[in-house]
Design a protein around this ligand. Structure first.
Ligand code: FES
Length: 295
């Protein structure tokens, strides 16, 4: 079965990609290897990593990683001990070292091996040369991203002008409110496909359709991201059934940002909701929602 398929970049001749990209497990393995490992993944919130020693573990594809705050620096490592691959951190918290709970090897927040019990006399064992395997880490506003192979373009390049476009919403200063996770029986791209069009809004989301000026709903494709935006409908002076009424200091717009391949930012009315679409299997997907709001 060919891995490649014809693709016509002329949108007027757009066609659905082959079904096998959704229902054949081999494509998920390829996507993990060639897409997810090469790009930036949203893995933590900046407020979880505010103080030196704060750490957060995360999964990217089938890899486990740990992000730590080491003084002014954010660092990321594969969460894999150099001895026999035990995890060096669990969950999240604050520590001044990372310690594997299998045989107790201990690492600094910079990833260097500090202590390995009972290794005296072992030939060619040089702790000073031993470091946890790094992953790239970068932050934007309240969001922390990691890149497994360290070969992604800089995060600022991938975000392009998103920070400028969403600046009026002041996302950088929003605080974390809550998190929810959902599991769906579908390929992860089905969720993304749905997100990338507002075509379904009038039929599937009549409540949202009442809020948005659908005639001015626009989609802007960019190199690494897509922006969908629409103004909120004007509020009638009397009557109407509007749920959201912008306050004087709020931008009367809804922004839906998708960052390739699986990160979404929904921004409106003084709040931002992040969605991370996590493939669990070719036919199973977890979507992680986190809400942020202005103070
Ligand atoms: S596997 Fe980590 S100390 Fe042995």
């Amino acid at each position: 079965m060919p891995l490649v398929f014809p693709f016509d970049p002329d949108i007027t001749r757009a066609a659905t990609i082959p079904a096998r990209l959704y229902n054949d497990p081999v494509y998920l393995e390829l996507e993990r290897e060639r897409v997810f490992a090469h790009g930036w993944q949203l893995v933590a919130r900046a407020e979880q990593l505010a103080r030196s020693g704060d750490y957060v573990t995360a999964e990217v594809g089938v890899e486990s990683i740990v992000i730590v705050r080491d003084g002014d620096a954010l660092r990321g490592f594969h969460n894999v001990c150099l001895h026999r691959a035990g995890p060096v951190a669990q969950g999240c918290g604050r520590r001044q070292t990372l310690q594997c709970r299998y045989h107790g090897w201990t690492y600094s927040l910079a990833g260097g091996l500090l202590h390995a019990p009972e290794m005296e006399g072992v030939q060619n064992f040089r702790p000073d040369d031993m470091h946890l395997m790094p992953v790239a880490v970068a932050a934007w506003g309240p969001l922390v991203f990691a890149n497994l192979d360290g070969k992604a373009p800089p995060l600022a390049e991938v975000l392009e002008n998103i920070p400028h476009r969403v600046a009026p919403f002041h996302c950088e200063s929003m605080r974390y409110v809550m998190r929810k996770e959902y599991e769906l029986a579908c390929n992860w791209k089905v969720y993304v496909d749905n997100y990338l069009e507002g075509y379904h809004v009038p039929v599937v989301h009549p409540g949202l359709h009442r809020e948005l000026d659908y005639d001015h709903y626009r989609v802007e494709p960019h190199r690494y991201y897509s922006l969908q935006h629409a103004p909120l409908r004007p509020v009638p002076p009397v009557g109407g059934d509007r749920r959201y009424v912008p306050e004087a200091n709020q931008v009367p717009q809804a922004f839906y940002v998708w960052i390739f391949p699986n990160i979404m930012l929904n921004i409106y009315m003084g709040q931002m909701q992040t969605n991370v679409v996590v493939p669990l299997a070719h036919d199973r997907t977890r979507v992680v929602f986190e809400w942020f709001a202005t103070n």
